[in-house]
Ligand binder design. Structure first.
Ligand SMILES: NC(=O)c1ccc[n+]([C@@H]2O[C@H](COP(=O)([O-])OP(=O)(O)OC[C@H]3O[C@@H](n4cnc5c(N)ncnc54)[C@H](OP(=O)(O)O)[C@@H]3O)[C@@H](O)[C@H]2O)c1
Length: 335
Protein backbone atom coordinates (compact mmCIF):
# COMPACT_ATOMS: atom_id res chain seq x y z
CA UNK A 1 0.00 0.00 0.00
CA UNK A 2 1.16 3.48 -0.88
CA UNK A 3 0.19 5.52 2.20
CA UNK A 4 0.06 9.29 2.72
CA UNK A 5 -0.07 10.76 6.23
CA UNK A 6 -1.41 14.30 5.92
CA UNK A 7 -0.60 16.33 9.04
CA UNK A 8 2.47 14.17 9.70
CA UNK A 9 4.17 16.82 11.87
CA UNK A 10 1.21 17.20 14.28
CA UNK A 11 0.36 15.39 17.52
CA UNK A 12 -2.04 12.94 15.85
CA UNK A 13 0.17 12.54 12.76
CA UNK A 14 3.21 11.69 14.90
CA UNK A 15 1.15 9.11 16.81
CA UNK A 16 -0.17 7.79 13.49
CA UNK A 17 3.38 7.04 12.32
CA UNK A 18 4.15 5.31 15.63
CA UNK A 19 1.01 3.15 15.33
CA UNK A 20 1.64 2.29 11.64
CA UNK A 21 5.16 1.20 12.60
CA UNK A 22 4.11 -0.81 15.68
CA UNK A 23 1.32 -2.64 13.85
CA UNK A 24 3.62 -3.29 10.90
CA UNK A 25 1.05 -1.92 8.46
CA UNK A 26 1.91 -3.15 4.92
CA UNK A 27 3.49 0.04 3.51
CA UNK A 28 5.33 -0.11 0.18
CA UNK A 29 5.67 3.67 -0.11
CA UNK A 30 5.15 6.38 2.51
CA UNK A 31 4.33 10.03 1.77
CA UNK A 32 4.60 12.45 4.67
CA UNK A 33 2.58 15.61 4.14
CA UNK A 34 2.16 18.85 6.13
CA UNK A 35 1.66 22.56 5.53
CA UNK A 36 3.98 24.61 3.29
CA UNK A 37 6.02 25.71 6.33
CA UNK A 38 7.12 22.10 6.99
CA UNK A 39 7.91 21.05 3.41
CA UNK A 40 11.47 19.66 3.27
CA UNK A 41 11.59 18.87 7.00
CA UNK A 42 12.85 15.34 7.79
CA UNK A 43 10.86 12.74 9.74
CA UNK A 44 12.15 9.26 10.56
CA UNK A 45 9.95 6.18 10.04
CA UNK A 46 11.29 2.66 10.69
CA UNK A 47 14.83 4.08 10.85
CA UNK A 48 14.59 5.79 7.45
CA UNK A 49 14.48 9.58 6.96
CA UNK A 50 11.61 10.96 4.85
CA UNK A 51 11.20 14.54 3.59
CA UNK A 52 7.84 16.23 4.20
CA UNK A 53 6.07 17.05 0.92
CA UNK A 54 3.16 19.32 0.01
CA UNK A 55 -0.45 18.19 -0.39
CA UNK A 56 -0.25 18.90 -4.14
CA UNK A 57 2.81 16.65 -4.56
CA UNK A 58 1.13 13.87 -2.59
CA UNK A 59 -2.06 13.96 -4.72
CA UNK A 60 0.04 13.62 -7.89
CA UNK A 61 1.52 10.37 -6.51
CA UNK A 62 -1.98 8.82 -6.14
CA UNK A 63 -1.56 7.00 -2.81
CA UNK A 64 -3.92 4.08 -2.06
CA UNK A 65 -4.83 5.53 1.35
CA UNK A 66 -4.39 9.03 2.79
CA UNK A 67 -4.84 9.37 6.54
CA UNK A 68 -5.65 12.99 7.32
CA UNK A 69 -5.11 14.78 10.65
CA UNK A 70 -4.59 18.33 9.44
CA UNK A 71 -7.73 20.14 10.62
CA UNK A 72 -11.21 20.52 9.15
CA UNK A 73 -10.51 23.17 6.52
CA UNK A 74 -7.59 21.20 5.03
CA UNK A 75 -9.80 18.10 4.90
CA UNK A 76 -12.70 19.95 3.26
CA UNK A 77 -10.41 21.40 0.62
CA UNK A 78 -8.04 18.49 -0.01
CA UNK A 79 -9.81 15.19 0.73
CA UNK A 80 -12.03 15.40 -2.40
CA UNK A 81 -8.92 15.98 -4.55
CA UNK A 82 -7.30 12.81 -3.16
CA UNK A 83 -10.59 10.92 -3.61
CA UNK A 84 -10.82 12.08 -7.24
CA UNK A 85 -7.31 10.66 -7.80
CA UNK A 86 -8.55 7.26 -6.56
CA UNK A 87 -7.18 7.55 -3.01
CA UNK A 88 -9.29 6.39 -0.06
CA UNK A 89 -9.17 9.12 2.61
CA UNK A 90 -9.54 8.37 6.33
CA UNK A 91 -10.16 11.73 7.96
CA UNK A 92 -9.64 12.61 11.63
CA UNK A 93 -11.24 16.05 11.53
CA UNK A 94 -14.93 16.82 12.05
CA UNK A 95 -15.33 17.97 8.42
CA UNK A 96 -17.16 14.91 7.05
CA UNK A 97 -18.49 13.15 10.12
CA UNK A 98 -22.13 14.20 9.87
CA UNK A 99 -22.26 14.23 6.04
CA UNK A 100 -24.98 11.65 5.30
CA UNK A 101 -23.00 10.41 2.28
CA UNK A 102 -19.92 9.60 4.42
CA UNK A 103 -19.44 6.69 6.81
CA UNK A 104 -18.40 7.37 10.41
CA UNK A 105 -16.54 4.31 11.61
CA UNK A 106 -15.30 2.68 14.80
CA UNK A 107 -14.16 -0.78 13.65
CA UNK A 108 -15.32 -2.62 16.80
CA UNK A 109 -18.82 -1.17 16.28
CA UNK A 110 -19.63 -0.71 12.59
CA UNK A 111 -16.76 -1.54 10.19
CA UNK A 112 -19.28 -3.69 8.29
CA UNK A 113 -20.84 -0.53 6.76
CA UNK A 114 -17.71 0.08 4.63
CA UNK A 115 -17.72 -0.56 0.87
CA UNK A 116 -15.16 0.04 -1.95
CA UNK A 117 -17.21 3.11 -2.97
CA UNK A 118 -16.36 4.90 0.30
CA UNK A 119 -13.56 7.23 -0.79
CA UNK A 120 -13.78 9.58 2.21
CA UNK A 121 -14.28 7.83 5.56
CA UNK A 122 -14.66 9.82 8.76
CA UNK A 123 -12.90 8.94 12.01
CA UNK A 124 -15.15 10.02 14.91
CA UNK A 125 -14.41 12.47 17.68
CA UNK A 126 -12.02 11.05 20.30
CA UNK A 127 -14.44 11.26 23.24
CA UNK A 128 -17.18 9.53 21.20
CA UNK A 129 -14.92 6.69 20.01
CA UNK A 130 -13.96 5.51 23.49
CA UNK A 131 -17.56 5.72 24.71
CA UNK A 132 -19.17 3.74 21.85
CA UNK A 133 -16.58 0.94 22.09
CA UNK A 134 -17.94 0.28 25.59
CA UNK A 135 -21.62 1.08 24.82
CA UNK A 136 -22.04 -1.21 21.79
CA UNK A 137 -21.83 -4.63 23.51
CA UNK A 138 -24.14 -3.39 26.29
CA UNK A 139 -26.62 -1.98 23.76
CA UNK A 140 -26.68 -5.34 21.95
CA UNK A 141 -27.61 -7.11 25.20
CA UNK A 142 -29.81 -4.63 27.14
CA UNK A 143 -30.83 -1.92 24.60
CA UNK A 144 -29.74 1.57 25.66
CA UNK A 145 -32.45 4.22 26.15
CA UNK A 146 -30.38 7.17 27.38
CA UNK A 147 -26.76 8.14 28.09
CA UNK A 148 -25.60 11.01 30.33
CA UNK A 149 -21.87 11.65 29.95
CA UNK A 150 -19.45 14.12 31.54
CA UNK A 151 -15.90 14.17 30.21
CA UNK A 152 -12.52 15.02 31.72
CA UNK A 153 -10.41 15.62 28.61
CA UNK A 154 -6.65 15.75 28.12
CA UNK A 155 -4.93 18.83 26.66
CA UNK A 156 -3.43 16.57 23.95
CA UNK A 157 -6.91 16.68 22.38
CA UNK A 158 -6.25 20.29 21.33
CA UNK A 159 -2.91 19.66 19.59
CA UNK A 160 0.69 20.81 20.02
CA UNK A 161 -0.22 24.39 20.98
CA UNK A 162 -2.23 23.26 24.03
CA UNK A 163 0.48 20.93 25.32
CA UNK A 164 2.91 23.86 24.98
CA UNK A 165 0.52 26.13 26.93
CA UNK A 166 0.31 23.67 29.84
CA UNK A 167 4.09 23.05 29.89
CA UNK A 168 4.83 26.80 29.65
CA UNK A 169 2.46 27.55 32.53
CA UNK A 170 4.16 24.86 34.65
CA UNK A 171 7.58 26.35 33.83
CA UNK A 172 6.39 29.93 34.52
CA UNK A 173 6.91 30.98 30.87
CA UNK A 174 4.56 33.43 29.10
CA UNK A 175 3.66 31.86 25.74
CA UNK A 176 0.88 31.56 23.17
CA UNK A 177 -2.51 30.47 24.57
CA UNK A 178 -4.50 27.59 23.05
CA UNK A 179 -7.33 28.19 25.56
CA UNK A 180 -9.07 31.42 26.63
CA UNK A 181 -7.86 30.84 30.22
CA UNK A 182 -4.98 29.30 32.12
CA UNK A 183 -5.31 25.48 32.04
CA UNK A 184 -2.81 24.46 34.75
CA UNK A 185 -4.49 24.15 38.17
CA UNK A 186 -7.79 24.83 36.38
CA UNK A 187 -10.81 23.14 34.76
CA UNK A 188 -12.55 24.55 31.67
CA UNK A 189 -16.19 23.47 31.08
CA UNK A 190 -15.73 24.39 27.45
CA UNK A 191 -14.43 22.28 24.53
CA UNK A 192 -14.71 23.60 20.97
CA UNK A 193 -17.07 26.54 20.29
CA UNK A 194 -20.42 27.25 21.94
CA UNK A 195 -23.53 26.65 19.82
CA UNK A 196 -26.92 28.37 19.93
CA UNK A 197 -28.48 25.83 22.30
CA UNK A 198 -25.87 26.57 25.01
CA UNK A 199 -23.97 23.33 24.42
CA UNK A 200 -20.50 23.22 22.89
CA UNK A 201 -19.78 21.68 19.49
CA UNK A 202 -17.85 18.89 21.25
CA UNK A 203 -20.95 18.07 23.31
CA UNK A 204 -23.17 17.99 20.23
CA UNK A 205 -20.58 15.79 18.46
CA UNK A 206 -20.94 13.22 21.25
CA UNK A 207 -24.73 13.28 20.82
CA UNK A 208 -24.94 13.08 17.02
CA UNK A 209 -21.92 10.87 16.36
CA UNK A 210 -23.06 8.28 18.92
CA UNK A 211 -26.40 7.90 17.10
CA UNK A 212 -24.72 7.67 13.70
CA UNK A 213 -22.05 5.11 14.69
CA UNK A 214 -24.48 2.95 16.67
CA UNK A 215 -26.96 3.20 13.77
CA UNK A 216 -29.74 3.97 16.25
CA UNK A 217 -31.31 7.43 16.55
CA UNK A 218 -33.54 6.28 19.43
CA UNK A 219 -30.58 6.41 21.88
CA UNK A 220 -30.86 9.73 23.72
CA UNK A 221 -27.52 11.28 24.69
CA UNK A 222 -26.63 14.38 26.69
CA UNK A 223 -23.05 15.51 27.33
CA UNK A 224 -20.96 17.99 29.31
CA UNK A 225 -17.40 18.14 27.99
CA UNK A 226 -14.62 19.49 30.20
CA UNK A 227 -10.91 20.18 29.65
CA UNK A 228 -8.55 19.34 32.52
CA UNK A 229 -4.75 19.77 32.87
CA UNK A 230 -3.96 16.13 32.06
CA UNK A 231 -1.95 14.51 29.23
CA UNK A 232 -2.46 10.72 29.07
CA UNK A 233 -6.02 10.43 27.81
CA UNK A 234 -9.66 11.35 28.19
CA UNK A 235 -11.82 10.13 31.09
CA UNK A 236 -15.62 9.93 31.08
CA UNK A 237 -18.25 9.46 33.75
CA UNK A 238 -21.06 7.66 31.91
CA UNK A 239 -24.60 6.97 33.15
CA UNK A 240 -26.48 4.49 30.96
CA UNK A 241 -30.21 3.77 31.20
CA UNK A 242 -31.29 0.52 29.56
CA UNK A 243 -34.63 -0.74 28.31
CA UNK A 244 -33.99 -4.01 30.13
CA UNK A 245 -32.59 -4.82 33.54
CA UNK A 246 -29.07 -6.21 33.87
CA UNK A 247 -26.93 -8.28 36.16
CA UNK A 248 -23.72 -6.51 37.25
CA UNK A 249 -21.60 -9.66 36.97
CA UNK A 250 -22.92 -10.19 33.45
CA UNK A 251 -22.15 -6.54 32.53
CA UNK A 252 -18.55 -7.05 33.66
CA UNK A 253 -18.37 -10.31 31.73
CA UNK A 254 -19.78 -8.74 28.52
CA UNK A 255 -17.35 -5.82 28.75
CA UNK A 256 -14.36 -8.01 29.51
CA UNK A 257 -15.06 -10.06 26.36
CA UNK A 258 -15.80 -7.03 24.15
CA UNK A 259 -13.20 -6.22 21.47
CA UNK A 260 -10.92 -3.33 22.43
CA UNK A 261 -12.17 -3.13 26.04
CA UNK A 262 -10.22 -3.84 29.23
CA UNK A 263 -12.17 -3.96 32.50
CA UNK A 264 -10.17 -2.42 35.37
CA UNK A 265 -12.63 -2.63 38.21
CA UNK A 266 -11.36 -3.81 41.58
CA UNK A 267 -12.10 -1.05 44.07
CA UNK A 268 -11.14 -3.25 47.03
CA UNK A 269 -7.58 -3.02 45.72
CA UNK A 270 -8.00 0.59 44.47
CA UNK A 271 -7.94 -0.48 40.81
CA UNK A 272 -9.78 1.79 38.38
CA UNK A 273 -8.89 3.32 35.00
CA UNK A 274 -6.71 6.44 34.97
CA UNK A 275 -5.15 8.47 32.12
CA UNK A 276 -1.66 7.76 33.54
CA UNK A 277 -2.22 4.04 32.91
CA UNK A 278 -4.10 4.43 29.60
CA UNK A 279 -1.35 6.59 28.10
CA UNK A 280 0.05 5.13 24.86
CA UNK A 281 -2.25 2.08 25.01
CA UNK A 282 -4.78 1.16 22.32
CA UNK A 283 -7.55 -0.16 24.57
CA UNK A 284 -10.58 1.45 26.17
CA UNK A 285 -10.47 0.93 29.96
CA UNK A 286 -13.74 0.61 31.89
CA UNK A 287 -14.14 0.62 35.67
CA UNK A 288 -16.24 1.89 38.60
CA UNK A 289 -19.03 -0.32 37.19
CA UNK A 290 -22.00 0.02 39.51
CA UNK A 291 -25.78 0.28 39.58
CA UNK A 292 -27.35 3.76 39.59
CA UNK A 293 -29.46 3.34 42.72
CA UNK A 294 -31.62 6.38 41.92
CA UNK A 295 -33.60 4.70 39.12
CA UNK A 296 -34.17 1.24 37.58
CA UNK A 297 -32.15 -0.40 34.76
CA UNK A 298 -29.37 2.20 35.01
CA UNK A 299 -25.60 1.76 35.21
CA UNK A 300 -22.74 4.08 36.14
CA UNK A 301 -19.22 3.54 34.83
CA UNK A 302 -15.92 5.31 34.18
CA UNK A 303 -14.29 5.05 30.75
CA UNK A 304 -10.67 6.07 30.01
CA UNK A 305 -8.64 5.88 26.80
CA UNK A 306 -5.67 7.60 25.16
CA UNK A 307 -7.31 10.16 22.86
CA UNK A 308 -4.31 10.23 20.52
CA UNK A 309 -4.37 6.41 20.21
CA UNK A 310 -7.86 4.83 20.11
CA UNK A 311 -9.37 8.33 19.95
CA UNK A 312 -7.50 9.15 16.74
CA UNK A 313 -4.46 7.30 15.31
CA UNK A 314 -5.25 3.70 16.28
CA UNK A 315 -8.87 3.94 15.16
CA UNK A 316 -7.78 5.37 11.78
CA UNK A 317 -5.14 2.67 11.30
CA UNK A 318 -7.68 -0.02 12.27
CA UNK A 319 -10.01 1.34 9.55
CA UNK A 320 -7.10 1.15 7.08
CA UNK A 321 -6.35 -2.42 8.19
CA UNK A 322 -10.02 -3.37 7.67
CA UNK A 323 -9.98 -1.83 4.16
CA UNK A 324 -6.88 -3.82 3.24
CA UNK A 325 -8.07 -7.11 4.79
CA UNK A 326 -11.42 -6.84 2.98
CA UNK A 327 -9.99 -5.68 -0.38
CA UNK A 328 -11.85 -2.36 -0.17
CA UNK A 329 -8.93 -0.16 -1.29
CA UNK A 330 -7.02 0.31 -4.51
CA UNK A 331 -10.18 -0.09 -6.64
CA UNK A 332 -10.47 1.99 -9.84
CA UNK A 333 -12.56 5.19 -9.47
CA UNK A 334 -15.74 5.66 -11.46
CA UNK A 335 -15.53 8.32 -14.20
N1 LIG B 1 -5.56 15.60 19.27
C1 LIG B 1 -6.57 14.72 19.32
O1 LIG B 1 -6.85 14.03 20.31
C2 LIG B 1 -7.43 14.52 18.14
C3 LIG B 1 -8.29 13.47 18.16
C4 LIG B 1 -9.09 13.23 17.05
C5 LIG B 1 -9.00 14.08 15.99
N2 LIG B 1 -8.15 15.12 15.99
C6 LIG B 1 -8.11 15.97 14.79
O2 LIG B 1 -6.90 15.74 14.09
C7 LIG B 1 -6.48 16.95 13.48
C8 LIG B 1 -5.06 17.29 13.90
O3 LIG B 1 -4.98 17.39 15.31
P1 LIG B 1 -3.57 17.50 16.07
O4 LIG B 1 -3.92 17.44 17.49
O5 LIG B 1 -2.56 16.55 15.52
O6 LIG B 1 -3.13 19.01 15.64
P2 LIG B 1 -1.68 19.64 15.52
O7 LIG B 1 -0.74 19.00 16.48
O8 LIG B 1 -1.87 21.11 15.59
O9 LIG B 1 -1.19 19.25 14.00
C9 LIG B 1 -1.79 19.77 12.85
C10 LIG B 1 -1.15 19.14 11.60
O10 LIG B 1 -1.84 19.60 10.43
C11 LIG B 1 -0.88 20.11 9.50
N3 LIG B 1 -1.49 21.14 8.66
C12 LIG B 1 -2.05 22.31 9.05
N4 LIG B 1 -2.50 23.00 7.98
C13 LIG B 1 -2.20 22.25 6.87
C14 LIG B 1 -2.41 22.41 5.47
N5 LIG B 1 -3.00 23.51 4.99
N6 LIG B 1 -1.98 21.43 4.65
C15 LIG B 1 -1.37 20.32 5.14
N7 LIG B 1 -1.15 20.11 6.46
C16 LIG B 1 -1.57 21.06 7.32
C17 LIG B 1 0.21 20.66 10.38
O11 LIG B 1 1.38 20.86 9.62
P3 LIG B 1 2.49 21.97 10.07
O12 LIG B 1 3.29 21.35 11.17
O13 LIG B 1 3.27 22.15 8.82
O14 LIG B 1 1.73 23.19 10.49
C18 LIG B 1 0.32 19.53 11.40
O15 LIG B 1 1.01 18.44 10.84
C19 LIG B 1 -7.54 17.99 13.85
O16 LIG B 1 -8.50 18.03 12.82
C20 LIG B 1 -8.14 17.45 15.09
O17 LIG B 1 -9.46 17.89 15.28
C21 LIG B 1 -7.33 15.35 17.03
Amino acid sequence: MKIAVVGATGLVGTKMLQVLEERNFPITELLLVASEKSVGKEITFKGKAYKVISVEDAIKQKPDIAIFSAGGSTSLAQAPLFAAAGTTVIDNSSAWRMDPTKKLVVPEVNANVLTPEDKIIANPNCSTIQMVVALKPLHDRYKIKRVVVSTYQSVTGTGVKAVDQLMNERAGIDGPMAYPYKIDLNVLPHIDVFTENGYTKEEMKMVKETNKIMGDDSIRVTATTVRIPVMGGHSESVNIEFENDFDLAEVRDILSKAPGVVVTDDVANLKYPMPLDAHDKDEVFVGRIRRDESQPNTLNCWIVSDNLRKGAATNAVQIAEYLVANHLVGQPVEA
